[in-house]
Design a protein around this ligand. Structure first.
Ligand code: ASP
Length: 322
């Protein structure tokens, strides 16, 4: 009799438990946010055709990420696959469309972070990796390191069977023109993504060609965990874009998370304080996208515009200007 009671009790508690788990999964929102860089992006300088191209590409990218989340996939996969689409487009300053350095080369940076365990991976200054976000993920998952740079990062990526290209692949008229005109502050176009999956896990990723006309192996915030990218299930996932030096000095992505963790601020309060007060006072320009575990989303920038998009509740929204 006693064993029967114990057995019944166990069955009952297993049932209750799985109902509870199911409920928490059913209530768990999924959402994804993307950016394609911030800067002096003005409607008067944009043709209808160009605007359409940007919007369509952002929509295509974020839709792929959202479908992964809908199918029960991880936020990491959603972030990686969304960024991959943008890296393969010449429109953005990442992958194919990466800007030129002073020496007419392309040196690409990328990073990714898993908010469930604070694992992270990044590559900096790579010149032959077709999709730096893939290499960043491989650093996170297949090495015991966080950040690999230059030739070493490339050898590692090749050993991981990650696609390489001839550096001429990265040539685009747009990047060549920016360099010719030495428009150093024409620096928008970096891409980034943050996502929340059905298991409540957050992830963030960022990919860039850096800044036009950069010299001396300059590396910005995008591959620096805590500066350009950060994710922590306890707080939020963040991806930044803008003048990288200021994001490094302000440790912007981590600062937003820290304000939530230690200061009890909401995501919105933390993001607004960091972008509109701290970063702006430091002299930095740019923006951030972020998401928390409840699916709250913020997209803050102190520039004229930021290519951006959100997908949640089965509804997608793409915007460019303020
Ligand atoms: N943050 C990038 C860098 O400084 C550039 C950008 O986001 O536009 O390398």
């Amino acid at each position: 009799m006693k064993t029967k009671i114990i057995f019944l009790f166990s069955v009952l508690s297993i049932c209750c438990c799985s109902v509870k788990n199911q409920k928490s999964i059913i209530n768990q929102p999924i959402a994804i946010v993307v950016h394609g860089g911030a800067g002096t992006i003005l409607k008067k300088n944009m043709s209808d055709e160009k605007e359409k191209q940007y919007k369509e590409k952002l929509k295509e990218a974020i839709s792929i990420g959202y479908q992964i989340l809908k199918d029960g996939g991880s936020s990491l996969d959603a972030v990686e696959q969304t960024i991959l689409v943008l890296e393969n487009s010449p429109l953005f300053n990442a992958g194919k469309g990466a800007v030129f350095t002073h020496d007419m080369k392309n040196e690409l940076d990328a990073s990714i972070m898993d908010g469930s365990n604070l694992n992270a991976g990044a590559v900096a200054g790579v010149t032959v990796i077709k999709n730096p976000i893939k290499a960043a993920r491989a650093v996170m998952e297949e090495s015991e390191h966080v950040l690999l740079s230059g030739k070493g990062a490339e050898s590692f990526a090749i050993a991981q069977n990650i696609d390489t290209v001839n550096p001429s692949y990265f040539y685009t008229e747009k990047s060549a023109n920016s360099l010719k005109r030495r428009i150093e502050n024409e620096k928008h176009g970096t891409v980034g993504c943050v996502a929340l999956d059905i298991n409540g896990n957050l992830a963030a990723g960022t990919s860039t060609g850096g800044m036009t006309n950069k010299k001396w192996g300059r590396i910005g915030d995008s591959p620096i965990i805590g500066a350009g990218t950060y994710a922590n299930n306890k707080t939020c996932a963040v991806s930044c874009t803008g003048w990288g030096e200021f994001y490094i000095r302000g440790v912007v992505a981590h600062d937003i998370s820290a304000m939530m963790e230690y200061g009890g601020l909401s995501l919105k309060e933390a993001a607004q304080k960091v972008v509109h007060e701290k970063l702006t006072q430091l002299g930095g320009t740019g923006g951030i996208i972020a998401i928390d575990q409840k699916g709250n989303i913020v997209m803050e920038f102190n520039t004229e515009g930021m290519y951006r998009g959100t997908y949640f509740n089965d509804s997608v929204q793409i915007s460019i200007y303020k």
